[in-house]
Design a protein around this ligand. Structure first.
Ligand code: C5P
Length: 214
């Protein structure tokens, strides 16, 4: 059930609450990024928890090691399920983030899915983050199986760039939800295909049904 993460890339608290209520039969984890966190901060976290759901805090930390470590400690206090750091922050920064005890899961961004890159670069970064104690990476659907092969089954692969149908937007490396799950994604991150659907509940249901492992 925890497979689908809905990216709440919206400004409005009330709209977020409505979306959570509508999609809750199909989604357990909601992604809060800069857009909503800058508007509603702690309140949004509390509201999601009050609805019995978990939070993926996607603030993509990238700073000096000491600051990133404190940021992870701060996110831990909020009680989030997972958070992101940028792999380009380097080894020392990644190790500092991972060193926080009893912390949320940490996933590192390899290369943004809106950018074109080669799979070798993504895998190189994934391996680096693993040796630093990071729990997994955010990766496009196209590199999932390679990362699993190189980093092992336990290493989480979290996949945005999910498009149930052909879309003309900024995502470059995309796949359907079904393909991503078949390739071995532990979680798929879906934003606009649900947020912009005529019925977000129906869109979430459709994705949920196609990702059930048969
Ligand atoms: O709307 P869409 O389905 O493209 O949303 C994908 C979400 O995943 C966005 O919130 C985006 O910020 C996030 N993301 C991404 N690529 C990464 C890391 C995060 O698309 N490498």
């Amino acid at each position: 059930m925890k497979k689908i993460i809905l990216a709440l890339d919206i400004y409005d608290f009330k709209k977020a609450e409505k979306l959570i209520k509508e999609t809750s039969p199909y989604i357990d984890v909601y992604k809060v990024g800069h857009i909503l966190f800058l508007q509603s901060g702690k309140e949004i976290i509390k509201m999601i928890k009050d609805n019995g759901k978990e939070i993926f805090l996607d603030l993509k930390f990238h700073d000096i090691p000491a600051t990133v470590k404190r940021s992870v400690e701060s996110a831990k206090e909020l009680g989030v399920f997972s958070l992101t750091v940028h792999s380009i922050g380097g080894e020392e920064m990644l190790k500092a983030a991972a060193s926080v005890e009893n912390r949320p899961k940490i996933w590192a961004v390899t290369v943004l899915t809106s950018q074109i890159t080669n799979p070798e670069e993504v895998v190189r970064r994934a391996k680096l983050t693993k040796t630093c104690g990071i729990d997994g990476v955010i990766s496009s659907p196209l590199e999932i199986s390679l990362i699993k092969k190189e980093c092992g089954k336990e290493f989480n692969v979290v996949t945005p760039g999910i498009r149930p149908a052909k879309a003309d937007d900024d995502q470059k490396r995309v796949a359907t939800p079904e393909m991503a799950v078949k390739e071995g994604a532990d979680f798929i991150v879906v934003g606009r295909p649900i947020l912009e659907a005529e019925s977000p509940a129906q869109a979430a249901k459709n994705i949920y049904e196609t990702t059930l492992i048969k």
